[in-house]
Design a protein around this ligand. Sequence first.
Ligand code: NAD
Ligand code: SF4
Length: 428
Amino acid sequence: REPPARESVPQAGDPELRLLHRVGVVDPDSLDDYRAHGGYIALRNALRAGPAEVIKQVTDAKLMGRGGAAFPTGRKWDSTASQPVRPHYLVCNADESEPGTFKDRILMEGDPFSVIESMTIAGFATGCAKGYLYIRGEYPRATRRLANAIAQARERGFLGRSIMGHEGVDFDIEIRRGAGAYICGEETALFNSIEGYRGEPRSKPPLPVEEGLFGKPTVVNNVETLVNVPLILIEGGEAYARIGTERSTGTRLFCLSGTVARPGLYEVPFGTTLRELLDLAGGVPEERTLRAVLLGGAAGGFVRPGELDLPLTMEGAQEAGTTLGSGVVLVFDDTVNLPAMLLRIASFFRDESCGQCVPCRVGTVRQEEALQRMAGGKAPPDGDDLALLREVGQVMRDSSICGLGQTAWNAVESAIDRLGTLSKGGPA
Ligand code: NAD
Ligand code: SF4
């Protein structure tokens, strides 16, 4: 069953929305309606400006990736565009799987043509004639709408050869569906999946901008990152950069769930505080007491009730010892059994580890076992489970091949160090 998309967007139609401004307003199945709501103005501007100017505008905007790692998009595009090897590929990473994340689904279901237009601009700027849209297999409605958008765009000359009548500007998109593996959202595992191999990450370097899909220079962008691009091409990079803060520009989508009055998807400028964001969602219900907020998802970190004035910026989150990640905000009250929740996270990582490298394959199992013993009040066979968790966590962080293993201990460590969870006599 698919949950209704619109119920997750309480602010639909709000004039202050930028990324979500068409969601819940435009007919997602109609190219004409998309155009009536400002669609394809940005692509026209891009085609007039030329690839170098498009990259300059994105660089001036200081756009950073919204998949989790916040790498500067302009730099990534420039690196791909300047590679002499051909062809270049574009990949839109729509394998949104971080627990608690649903922002890309809302964008794809509610405004699919904007994803297609944004990919076309990115492909034009970086010299790609082909783009792959790798979408999570559990997103059937988004897949249907995107497939329909691609077909309509192709039929009307917005995809294919000589886009919008510009001779020599060719770009097309193919959809590839994931099959339920979290690890296939990791960019190099995703390449393997598209190429027909087992979805296992590759060692980096070489970076995808040099040697990516089919061994060719490849630019990989998250859905939310891409849908910022039309805004930049309509208002200009410098104007875009005036929204948010000096280092974190633009707006950001946050996925709120847990103990808040109105869970759902919220768009706010960077620099909004966590308290303001929670207030937008109606705050913690009166009869409940806030215990902690998990920022950045399973690989993120906990924020305590006394730290809610934390500004939601990349740098603010980093200073607080966490990350904004892919925009996950999980709110816990004091009735939540945190050790059980940490065990759930550990089981998730153990389950989703691809098993390719030892630190992660073994470490995620050892981590889960220790948490199981601790949750059951059992003593370890020898030694101290807290010390074991730290040792195993550090080894995973230092020596795993990819981000899954490197971050599999983050939330557990944060709960121990910041909330006192699992410590002897400490709160649950
Ligand atoms: P990363 O820091 O290795 O890379 C980020 C991006 O920048 C990649 O595309 C990489 O190729 C590129 N890059 C890095 N250095 C570069 C350079 N010098 N030149 C050009 N490009 C360069 O991070 P990652 O492992 O790709 O991603 C980790 C993030 O993924 C985590 O922060 C996590 O929050 C997030 N994540 C998101 C989801 C989701 O569902 N959205 C799921 C799991 C993890
Ligand atoms: Fe696979 Fe884990 Fe190693 Fe990543 S860190 S390659 S998920 S075993």
